[in-house]
Design a protein around this ligand. Sequence first.
Ligand code: DC
Length: 221
Amino acid sequence: MATPIITIDGPAASGKGTLAKRLASTLGFYYLDSGAIYRLLALKILSEGLDPDNEDQCVKAARAFVPEFDPARMSIPDIRTERVSDATSRSSRFEGVRAALLEIQRGVAHNPPAPFKGAVLEGRDTGTVVCPDADLKIFLTATAEARAQRRTKELLSRGETVTYEAVLQNLKERDERDSTRAVAPLKPAQDAATVDTSGMDADAALGFVLDLVRKRLASAA
Ligand code: DC
């Protein structure tokens, strides 16, 4: 039987990370944070003194990055700073960059490491481009204000010096870039279920999505 795949796409700080992680652990599925792959590449671009707005430099860096990709590095805190977030949103808009990173994502989704029996992917285009054949697609969203509040709290708790206003402004700019780029823009797949988490806490969002999983993937839940 084909590996069951669930995709969760949505804008920054919509709660997709928390939801995808908890959903994967509840179902015994592998959790893939596709943004972390783009973030690791952006960190490489910055640390090599390259320009995240230079397409040529970004595509070359992405091609060099693929064979050296180490999944263990997806959890390093250095990829979560505002500087890396901004560079990621810039470098990930180039077609050659996305093409280079596509195979890493598809490979893991279709063949998750043992003992996982399925995969939950989280990102911007996992339901539209990476796995258009996924068994369940969720588009998770929330107002920019609700998302900025969550992100500000998260960054402050990690010791970054930020203000709500700056985070809100940054989120809006990233939303605009992520959803208007020519290649794989952020948008719901035609067959995605849209879930607005503005008034929901993490438990409510998980409960809501688990209900959808039970309806769609009878054997998994
Ligand atoms: O989900 P995140 O905040 O970690 O994503 C960081 C950036 O990476 C985001 O601005 C857009 C980009 N990204 C993408 O283009 N495609 C994905 N599948 C995941 C993330």
